[in-house]
Write a protein that binds this ligand. Structure first.
Ligand code: GTP
Ligand code: MG
Length: 195
């Protein structure tokens, strides 16, 4: 995909703040610190469009990025971050659920999993849930630079087995640090628009 323009258009906490044009949306889900905001910068070839932090819990709103004035990428708040209050956790959960369960122009929810680790209980729940809504045919394994290439297949199998992915679902390794896997991911995302 050739990126001509990319801009943040809204940080939303409630439906009335979501963009109204009805453009297609692709959302990125995953636990805090997995690399969602980094991935947005990487695939858009921008350095600081999405805010990145080494401490988890950085993204706390639904951030809508407009690409080529044609579609939105949506950076979602991460789950599984221990150092927030119960009340805050439940309000994030509701914010996510409100968005994911009732958004006709949401085309796909891509789940991000750290390539190094077996998907957690919460990752598995998230995957089940997005599958239930008909999403989740693309999973991204982030931080692929953190393990040797020779270990990739073993880790892919662990992620596929733990999530219970179908063989036809795509698992795409990405490194935002080394800028690897970007074209493969764009290829998969473009397929979503034509399907
Ligand atoms: P929340 O906003 O808290 O949900 O986190 P996030 O999923 O948006 O993670 P973010 O992109 O802020 O990245 C978290 C940390 O992981 C940062 O320190 C990044 O520099 C690092 N990181 C992200 N992607 C990669 C990668 O591909 N390789 C390596 N080595 N580090 C990465
Ligand atoms: Mg983030």
């Amino acid at each position: 995909m050739k990126i001509k323009t990319s801009d943040i258009v809204m940080s939303a906490v409630a439906p009335k703040q979501y963009p109204e044009e009805g453009l297609p949306e692709i959302a990125l889900a995953g636990r805090s610190n997995v690399g969602k905001s980094s991935l947005i910068n990487t695939i858009l070839n921008r350095k600081k469009l999405a805010r990145v932090s080494s401490s988890p819990g950085k993204t706390r709103t639904l951030n809508f990025y407009l690409i080529n004035k044609e579609f939105h990428l949506v950076d979602l708040p991460g789950y599984g971050y221990a150092r927030v209050s119960k009340g805050e956790k439940s309000s994030w959960g509701k914010m996510l659920e409100t968005y994911l369960s009732n958004r006709p122009n949401l085309y796909e929810v891509v789940l991000l999993i750290d390539i190094r680790h077996e998907p957690s209980e919460q990752d598995q729940q998230m995957y089940q849930w997005i599958r239930h809504y008909g999403y989740g045919t693309i999973v991204v394994a982030t931080k692929s630079d953190k393990i040797a290439r020779s270990q990739h297949q073993k880790h892919f199998k662990m992620i596929r087995d733990t999530l219970g992915m179908s063989p036809e679902d795509r698992l795409i390794p990405i490194s935002s640090l080394k800028k690897l896997g970007i074209e493969q991911l764009w290829g998969a995302l473009e397929d979503i628009f034509v399907e």
